[in-house]
Ligand binder design. Sequence first.
Ligand SMILES: Nc1nc2c(ncn2[C@@H]2O[C@@H]3COP(=O)(O)O[C@H]4[C@@H](O)[C@H](n5cnc6c(=O)[nH]c(N)nc65)O[C@@H]4COP(=O)(O)O[C@H]3[C@H]2O)c(=O)[nH]1
Length: 834
Amino acid sequence: MNNALTRVLLVEDDPTDAGLIRDALANAAGWAFHVEWVRKQATALERLGKAAVDVILLDLSLPDGQGLAVFDKISRAAPRALILVLSGANDEALARAAVERGASDYLAKGAVDAHWLPHALRYILDRKASQDAQRDSEEYFRAMSDASPLGIFVSDAQGNCVYTNAAYQKISGLDFEQTLGTNWSMAIHPDDRLRIVAEWRDAVRGQEAFQTEVRFMRKDGTIVWTRLNAAAMPDGPSSRGRVQTVEDITERKAADLELQLTREELFQEKERAQVTLNSIGDAVLCTDIAGKVTYLNLVAETMTGWSLAEALGQPLSDVFRIIDGATRQPADNPAQRAIAENRVVGLATDSVLIRRDGIESEIEDSSAPIHNRDGRVAGAVIVFHDVSESRAMAQKMAHLAQHDFLTGLPNRLLLTERFSRAIGQAQRHHKQVALLFLDMDYFKNINDSLGHVIGDQLLQSVAKRLGECIRTTDTVCRQGGDEFVILLAEIERQQDAAQVAEKLLAALLVPHRIAGNELHITLSIGISIYPDDGSTADAVMQNADTAMYYAKAKGRNNYQFFTPEMNTRAIQRLSVENNLRRALKHGEFELYYQPKIDIASGIMTGAEALIRWQDPTLGLIHPGQFVAIAEECGLIVPIGRWVLHEACRQVQAWLDFGLQAVPVSVNISALEFRHLKFLEGVASILQETGLAPRYLELELTESILMHEAEASAQVLEKLKAMGLQLAIDDFGTGYSSLSYLSRFPIDTLKIDQSFVRDIARNADDAAIVSAIIGMGKNLQQRVVAEGVESSEQLAFLKTQRCDEAQGFLFNHPLPAGDFSRLLGTRTLLSTPPA
Ligand SMILES: Nc1nc2c(ncn2[C@@H]2O[C@@H]3COP(=O)(O)O[C@H]4[C@@H](O)[C@H](n5cnc6c(=O)[nH]c(N)nc65)O[C@@H]4COP(=O)(O)O[C@H]3[C@H]2O)c(=O)[nH]1
């Protein structure tokens, strides 16, 4: 600085004063002053406009300017120059006023000498330079601290704030002035203040730098999380004060909190997943992309026999060993496929899992790829469950759906399926398919009289025999009730079917031993052939059914091949049904009466009413041609009611006519007997016709009575209580229980004509007839032999002391008019048999 040239502008109008000053500066030793001298304010301003100067020596009394106005103009023109006012003896006050306005100092012109002036000038120049440097340094510091993201709080030894930077002001929400003089804890959140003060004291005591995390609370209530550092400013052994830096960590804190929450959520999520996976019934197994096991839930542990700890990191193929149930070969690894194909894949349908201890279980389910955050496949999950039970159940259900539960034979559903298949094969191989429709003869009698349990066992026994008569490629099916169907796949000729039918009939000749009973049962078989008798399964089945009816009609225990004429007769059957309705409506029925004779005396004891149908075109039709059809279609109920009414009306008419009428028996079919209003109907008919009940006898077959024998007994009791006579018709053909027979209030047993027919020739029949007669006597029932056609028969019956007889030997059934003539005579046996 000493050697630097100091540019001096001397503004002085007095040449003497100016000369003194210039000489003093020019001769200054060690300093170089370059002095320019101007006399006027205007000249000075012009000069300052051209180039800067370091010092202005300014006289305030100039020819073109006076006083402070001169100072103001010159200092504006040279703001960075140092201005020294030159004052005369009388204007020192003016000079001081100029100093107050910014002049660096003033010089009394009288005191100027060559030694002092350069020194004074240099001193003022140095002081200004040092002041400028300090101001610059403060400005640097302020600029630097304001640029800092850290808040800065400086306090003095008493703890009062002397400085805060912009960042601190932003954090605290206070401006510079508001922070000055305050205590550092002022902006701290009230809830943190106690803690922070305690920490601060400890730190101060230990002379340590203090660091903590603390919340600031602004006046508007917003909270700023900060990291606070405080350090003492040492001043020898004591401290001049402290500096605190405050870092805004609100965002980091929020991020920390979020992270913590996320971790918590993640934990809970994991926990939830874990619990869920362990509580579901399915087994879950995970692998990484290399096929190493990463997870097993509890079910998977049980099913594989591996614990999670043991399985972790093991190859999937060791832990999850699956084979194809059908081939027993190792099955495809589903996880590998899910990873390779990046999609959900199902297991093969009959996969079998082999547990670690070798136990096998059938499993079912699927595998899906697991993706990482980038969407890339990172492994796979296999979900599987044991389907051994459900597969077994499904198989059982499928079997049940296709088989008859009683006999275990295929049912109609399976037969239809096999039949369709057989038709397809027969077409390809140019063969035929035979369908045999089987119906057990008189099964109903056995079922009704011996009960369902024995009936069921008989069905099982028959089913077994049928099965033994056919090839494995054929099918025996139970159609329902006592009907069976046999499918003979691929036969060459009709004769093959005939042979099987004969074999079946022969197989049933041997009696069935069931619950101590020896049961005989025969079959009626209808045969229909594909393609000759029908082009569809339904048509062939229908025709076999029709043929079976013909076998029945032909006396049962035989087989019949279907012929197209049979269908014509089936249609006729339908027309019989329609005609029966018409007959009922138009009164085409008539009753014939056949007498019953007391064998010992030959006197008529009663008569049986037998229905006839007088068809306008076909003439007289016998019950054998229509009663069964009327029973099948339910028309027997109104027809039976008509019969009862007509019989009662007729007997009452004979009585009213003064004839010696006899009791009349009426056949009652099963459907009528079980009809809810049967008793009511009988009572109302008796009332309507006015007939005394003792003139009416009801004939019921064994099978009607044995079916629900308990209920039958009750109805019989009620009928008996009404005063009616009761007879068992066709006795010997059914399977009566003797205990019931003795309990039923029966008056008469009518021996079936099939036994009577051969009594003279067949010892068995004779034995049966005499046994029935003996039994009837023991039970105090009258015994009537039906169908007596010859005197030999009558003679035998007499020797056996049979009570009564009925048959062509005495009379055919007669129309009411003819019968009334008989009533006059009463004695029908002119000569009692020997
Ligand atoms: N071969 C032979 N037959 C003889 C002899 N004496 C009588 N008959 C016949 O044997 C049948 C006896 O009647 P059923 O056993 O009750 O058998 C009856 C009965 O079960 C039923 N039936 C007849 N009328 C009715 C009726 O009004 N209602 C019901 N539900 N069924 C009836 O129809 C069956 C047949 O009746 P019908 O044709 O009248 O046949 C009668 C009768 O004409 C004989 O010496 N030799």
